[in-house]
Design a protein around this ligand. Structure first.
Ligand code: FMN
Length: 179
């Protein structure tokens, strides 16, 4: 069984990206378990706080990343880039050796009400992970545009094409973990 951590770049209760992450949980291969970790308690990075001792919430978060076989990230796009909450969590983790992204298989997806479906945020996130030497999955990317129409009122992903894309993408994540 592979253990994968899911991160949503949105803290919002009704987040489309968290819905997408839940769809990932439901559509994961049989031998993959996805645990969603919330970023809501991670403080803003501050070198002084870090020097005084890693906050327990950050320590637990980074340990979970380190122990995971892979990650799946559902990242919204804010002003054509990565939301601060996700960048901040990555920044903490990157300064906590051994940094947990090194060689880690990472699937990146995202949902937006807009037609371009987080394309710029997705690429900015990939740039960050190049620097951190992660093993990010490449194409075909799973960018969920017009996402407001693709989930029902219970948060279920109801678009069959997107469900298939998500399912195929997670199979590739499993392949990357198995190598
Ligand atoms: C500060 C801010 C900036 C945004 N910028 C973009 C953007 O550049 N591109 C885009 O497609 N949507 C943008 N949006 C809209 C988000 O895609 C939309 O709010 C989406 O639902 C957020 O994800 P969530 O539902 O997971 O919270 C922005 C939203 C906020 C709050």
């Amino acid at each position: 069984m592979s253990r994968v951590i899911g991160l949503s770049g949105s803290l919002r209760r009704g987040s489309l990206n968290t819905m997408l992450l839940r769809a990932c949980q439901a559509l994961a291969p049989a031998d993959m378990e996805i645990e969603i970790l919330s970023l809501s308690e991670i403080p803003m990075y501050n070198g002084d706080v870090h020097e005084a001792g890693l906050p327990a919430v950050v320590d637990n978060f980074v340990s979970a990343l380190r122990e995971a076989d892979g990650l799946v990230i559902a990242c919204p796009e804010y002003n054509r880039s990565v939301p601060a909450v996700l960048k901040n969590a990555i920044d903490w983790a990157s300064k906590t050796p051994p940094q947990p992204f090194d060689s880690k298989p990472i699937a990146i997806t995202g949902a937006s009400r807009g037609v371009l479906g987080t394309i710029m945020a997705n690429h900015h996130l990939r740039q960050i992970f190049v620097y951190l030497n992660a093993n990010t999955l490449n194409g075909p990317e799973v960018l969920v545009g017009n996402a407001g129409d693709k989930f029902d009122k219970n948060g279920e992903l109801i678009d069959d094409t997107t469900r298939q894309f998500v399912s195929d993408y997670l199979s590739k994540l499993q392949d990357a973990i198995d190598i």
